[in-house]
Design a protein around this ligand. Structure first.
Ligand SMILES: [Zn+2]
Length: 174
């Protein structure tokens, strides 16, 4: 297996979306599947990233990819630290924060950002481990646009699951 780790805050973000959307039953079913039934997931602690992938798999297998995107959006919008800072800021600052906070939340991968005339390109190296992850990130970036009340759009332009060396997202809002 891998030693990839992720903060509990992200795991909890996805679990909260599951509970909100499919109730206690869905939540318990998902926790069983992801083997987190007996664990109290704490925001600040680190957990195997595979745990998060199991939750994401449960969502896509049972409810489809569109729900994964919504879960990603919901998670970013309720991620305490980020959401707090971000409600009062703009996309440039928000994306820089994301880039800077990423290594604190994930023990693997790398996020880089290039500013463009119309917004920014986000370059995610070794971040997504399954195609569903990419969709979750797409949702997360859309969530950031909403959080900052910015009109714009997110387009996935490269993907490691399509043979590219890394995943890239073009976010335009200018
Ligand atoms: Zn991808």
């Amino acid at each position: 297996m891998t030693d990839r780790q992720v903060r509990g805050s992200v795991v909890n973000g996805y679990l909260k979306y599951v509970e909100k959307t499919w109730g206690k039953d869905g939540y318990e079913y998902c926790c069983q599947k992801a083997r987190v039934s007996d664990i109290k997931v704490r925001d600040g602690q680190q957990y195997p990233h595979d745990m998060l992938l199991s939750i994401i798999h449960w969502i896509s297998d049972n409810h489809g990819m569109a729900r994964v995107k919504q879960a990603g959006k919901h998670t970013i919008q309720n991620l305490g630290l980020l959401a707090y800072v971000v409600r009062f800021t703009n996309m440039d600052t928000m994306l820089k924060k994301t880039k800077n906070l990423y290594p604190d939340v994930y023990s693997f991968g790398e996020v880089n950002m290039i500013q463009t005339d119309r917004g920014a390109t986000l370059i995610m190296k070794d971040v997504s481990q399954i195609p569903e992850d990419c969709v979750g990130w797409e949702g997360a970036f859309e969530g950031m646009l909403e959080l900052t009340r910015t009109k714009g759009k997110v387009v996935k332009t490269k993907c490691r699951f399509n043979g590219d060396p890394q995943c890239e997202y073009e976010i335009t809002w200018k």
